[in-house]
Design a protein around this ligand. Structure first.
Ligand code: AHR
Length: 688
C-alpha cells in the first residue's frame, strides 16, 4: 500500500499545540468542578472493551513474538537462500544450492545441498544470520533440530556453534549419525554468553555431499514452556494488559497485495515443518523501510493465535479475507460465485481447494471451516485437526471479522452474502464488518449506512491521525445513533508527523491525546464495544511502520507511553458508565480538560479518568453525586510529563509509566490537582 497520508488525514496545523499552551496559561487557580453521577449508572461497559490488534508487520511474528532464531529454515522462500551464507565465502564448498528432488514433503520440498571442495582445507558449511541477529542469553538452552541426508563422501555429522559479533564461541554441540535417508536430528546448545546479534554456524564433519532441511534453533524458554511457544517477555506485556480480545492476523496482511498472496489460515496449521512460507506484504511497501527478506514462516499460525488468546485471557477475533486483495495495491477481486449466479447468497456445499481462480464461495467456506476448526467436535473434519494439534477443548470462538479495511461497493456486495452464510450456519457468531480506512468521507458514510441497514453487529473504524485530531474528536461518538451497529475502534494511533511517516515517534503527546480521545470511547460504551491500538509490535532493527505500541530487539522489550495508556484503560474499564458533568456547563474537552467515569461494580469503586492537556497543574474538585459508602482515601495512577515529546526506549523502558499514589476524600467530594500534561485514573470506594 502506498499510504498517502494527506489524502486520508489532511495535515492539521501544529500551531494548535501553541493554542493549547496559551489556553492553559489563562486558567484560573480555582478548582474546576466536575460532577460524577454515581447514582445514575448508564450503559454497561463491554467486558472485552479494550483489546489487542496483532499483525505481522515490523517483524512482529518471525523475529518477534515467534522466537525461532533461524531465518528461512526450510529454504522455501522465493529467494531460497535468504538468511544463509557459505562459510568463508564458499571457499571450501564446491556447491551450496537449493534443490527439490526427493525433498522432505510436498509442501516442503526444497532443501540445501552442500558439497565440499576437493582438497580444500578449513571449515566447510553454512551460517544463518537470524532476524537481524539472534538473541542469545547466557545459561539459556536452545534446541537445534534439522533434517539431514548424506550423499557421496564421508560427511557423517556437523558441529553447530553460536557465534558472537566478535566471532566468539557462545556454545557448541556436535551431531553425528547421518544416513542416506532423511532423518531428523536434535541437540541442545547451552549459551555461555549473552548477545543480541549472535549467529549460527554449521560446520560439516567430513567431506562429500549432504542435504539439510528445516534447520531450527528454538529457545527452550518460551511461554508456558511450549516447544513451538512464544517469546515470554512479549507475551507478558500483552497479558499484563488483561486484554479483552486479540484481533489477528491483521491488518492488510489478511488481504495480501494480490489474492494469491492473501493470508490463508488453512496453510498455517498442522506440522510446523510443513507450513509453506509466504512473502510478507510489508516487505517492500515503504521505500524508506524496504525489507526484502521479510517472509511469513507461519510458525505462528492460527492454532497458535487461538492458543495465545487463551493464554492471555482474550477473546479470539480472527479477521478473514472477504475476496479482495489490498485496495491500496492490486485490489484484485474474487468473482462472486454462487452469491451472484443463484441470485442470492448461499453457503457453498463443499470445501474447494484454495487453488486456481478463487471464487467468493471459497472464502466463505474458509470462514465456515475456521469456525469448525475453533469450536467443532473431534468428529468434525476441522475440529479433528484442532484436536490432533493438542487442543481437544473448543477455543470458544465468538466472533469473526469479514474483510480488513475494505471499502466501496465491491466490499459491500461481498460482505452481504458472506455474512449471511456465516449467520445461517452459526447464528451466534458475531460479525465484524469494515468501514474502510478513513474515519469520515463519502465512502465511510456509505459503508456505515449500508452496514447499519444490514444490521451488522460491529463496524470496524480506523483512525490514524495527528494527536490534535484525537483531542478534537473525543466527542465523536456522542453524536452516534444509539441503535445502530456497535463500533469496533479496531485500529487507531496518533501519528506525531503524518500517517506512514518514518519520522513518527511514540511521544507522550500522541499517547495523552489518545487518552483524551478514549474518554469519549468510554463515555459512549453503549456505542463502542471494542477498541485496539495499532500496530502492536515493532522490532527496533526491522520496522516498516511507526508508531507502534511495543518495541523490542532480540533480547529486550518495552511499552511505549501509548502502551501504558491502553493498559490503564483496560485495567480500569469498570462495568457501567457514569455520567460526568464538566465545569459550569462546558463541554468535555473544553480548555483541554477531558473526563469520563465508570462504576466498577464488583470492586464497589468509582473510577474517574482525567486528562489535563496543558502545561499547568489543574486542581479539580469532583462531586461524586449520590455515592454511598465512600472511602476516606482513594488510589491514583498518573502518567505525566511536562515534555510532550517524552518517549520510552530500550535504554529507558519506563521513563514514562504510571505512578501510583493515594489521596484523601472528604465527604462526597474529592479534590485533586492534575499534573501538567497528565492522564490520571482515580479510584475510590463508593457505589450507588
Ligand atoms: O496498522 C497498519 C495498517 O494500517 C493495517 O495493516 C491496515 O489495516 C491499516 O491501513
Amino acid at each position: 500500500m502506498k499510504f498517502t497520508p494527506t489524502l486520508r488525514f489532511p495535515a492539521l496545523a501544529t500551531g494548535l499545540t501553541l493554542l493549547g499552551t496559551l489556553a492553559a496559561s489563562a486558567q484560573s487557580a480555582a478548582p474546576a468542578s466536575l460532577t460524577v453521577q454515581v447514582n445514575k449508572p448508564g450503559a454497561a461497559v463491554n467486558k472485552n472493551m479494550y483489546g489487542l490488534f496483532f499483525e505481522d508487520i515490523n517483524f512482529a511474528a518471525d523475529g518477534g513474538l515467534y522466537p525461532e532464531l533461524v531465518k528461512n529454515k526450510s529454504f522455501e522462500t522465493d529467494a531460497r537462500l535468504i538468511g544463509w551464507k557459505a562459510l568463508q565465502g564458499a571457499a571450501n564448498l564446491d556447491t551450496y544450492s537449493v534443490r527439490n528432488e526427493q525433498g522432505l514433503t510436498a509442501s516442503n520440498s526444497h532443501y540445501v545441498r552442500l558439497t565440499t571442495r576437493n582438497g580444500a582445507s578449513g571449515e566447510a558449511g553454512l551460517e544463518n544470520e537470524g532476524f537481524r541477529g539472534m538473541g542469545i542469553k547466557q545459561g539459556g538452552e536452545y534446541t537445534l533440530s534439522f533434517y539431514a541426508r548424506r550423499g557421496a563422501g564421508s560427511i557423517n555429522g556437523l558441529t553447530a556453534t553460536l557465534v558472537g559479533e566478535k566471532g566468539e564461541n557462545l556454545g557448541q554441540v556436535a551431531v553425528t549419525g547421518f544416513t542416506d535417508q532423511w532423518k531428523q536430528y536434535t541437540a541442545v546448545v547451552r549459551a555461555t554468553g549473552t548477545q543480541n546479534k549472535a549467529h549460527l554456524k554449521l560446520v560439516l564433519n567430513g567431506t562429500g555431499t549432504v542435504d539439510l532441511d528445516v534447520i531450527s534453533l528454538f529457545p527452550k524458554d518460551t511461554w508456558n514452556h511450549r516447544p513451538n511457544g512464544l517469546r515470554t517477555d512479549l507475551v507478558q506485556l500483552l497479558k499484563d494488559m488483561k486484554p479483552g480480545f486479540l484481533r489477528f492476523p491483521g491488518g492488510c496482511i489478511v488481504e495480501g497485495r494480490t489474492l494469491s498472496e492473501r493470508y490463508q489460515w488453512k496453510e498455517t496449521i498442522g506440522d510446523v515443518a510443513s507450513r509453506t512460507p509466504l512473502v510478507n506484504r510489508w516487505n517492500m511497501e515503504f521505500k524508506h523501510r524496504s525489507t526484502p527478506d521479510y517472509y511469513q514462516s507461519f510458525g505462528l499460525g492460527f492454532f497458535e493465535y487461538f492458543q495465545l488468546s487463551e493464554d492471555i485471557g482474550a477473546e479470539p477475533l480472527p479477521i478473514l479475507n472477504v475476496g479482495m486483495a489490498c485496495q491500496f495495491n492490486s485490489g484484485e477481486l474474487a468473482p462472486m460465485g454462487s452469491a451472484s449466479t443463484k441470485g442470492g447468497p448461499s453457503a457453498p456445499a463443499a470445501a474447494a481447494p484454495n487453488t486456481g481462480d478463487p471464487s467468493l464461495d471459497i472464502f466463505i467456506q474458509d470462514a465456515l471451516d475456521l469456525i469448525e476448526f475453533a469450536n467443532g467436535p473431534a468428529s468434525s473434519t476441522w475440529g479433528a485437526k484442532r484436536v490432533a494439534m493438542g487442543h481437544p477443548a473448543p477455543f470458544n470462538l465468538k466472533m469473526i471479522g469479514i474483510g480488513n479495511e475494505q471499502w466501496g461497493p465491491q466490499y459491500l456486495e461481498r460482505y452481504e452474502p458472506f455474512a449471511k452464510a456465516v449467520k445461517a450456519k452459526y447464528p451466534k457468531i458475531d460479525i465484524v464488518s469494515s468501514a474502510g480506512p478513513s474515519p469520515d468521507g463519502d465512502l465511510f458514510d456509505k459503508a456505515s449506512k449500508r452496514l447499519g441497514e444490514l444490521k451488522a453487529e460491529y463496524v470496524d473504524e480506523h483512525y490514524y491521525a495527528l494527536p490534535q485530531w484525537f483531542r478534537e474528536h473525543a466527542d465523536r461518538y456522542d453524536k452516534y445513533a444509539r441503535t445502530g451497529p456497535k463500533i469496533f475502534a479496531g485500529e487507531y494511533a496518533a501519528q506525531s508527523v503524518a500517517i506512514g511517516s518514518p519520522d513518527n515517534k511514540n511521544t507522550w503527546d500522541c499517547a495523552i491525546s489518545e487518552a483524551a480521545f478514549m474518554t469519549g470511547l468510554e463515555r459512549n460504551a453503549d456505542v463502542v464495544g471494542m477498541a485496539s491500538y495499532a500496530p502492536l509490535f515493532a522490532n527496533v532493527d526491522a520496522w516498516q511502520w511507526t508508531p507502534d505500541m511495543i518495541w523490542f530487539d532480540n533480547l529486550n522489550s518495552y511499552g511505549s507511553p501509548s502502551y501504558y495508556v491502553q493498559k490503564m484503560y483496560a485495567l480500569n474499564k469498570g462495568t457501567k458508565v457514569l455520567p460526568v458533568t464538566m465545569p459550569s456547563g462546558t463541554k468535555n474537552g473544553a480548555d483541554n480538560l477531558f473526563a469520563s467515569a465508570v462504576a466498577d461494580e464488583p470492586a464497589g469503586e468509582v473510577v474517574v479518568k482525567l486528562v489535563n492537556y496543558s502545561g499547568s497543574p489543574r486542581p479539580v474538585s469532583i462531586n461524586l453525586a449520590g455515592a454511598k459508602g465512600l472511602g476516606k482515601t482513594g488510589r491514583a495512577q498518573t502518567m505525566a510529563s511536562a515534555d510532550l515529546q517524552t518517549q520510552n526506549s530500550l535504554a529507558e523502558p519506563k521513563k514514562l509509566a504510571p505512578q501510583e499514589s493515594t489521596f484523601a476524600v472528604k465527604g462526597s467530594t474529592l479534590t485533586y490537582t492534575l499534573a501538567p500534561n497528565s492522564f490520571t485514573v482515580l479510584r475510590v470506594a463508593g457505589k450507588k
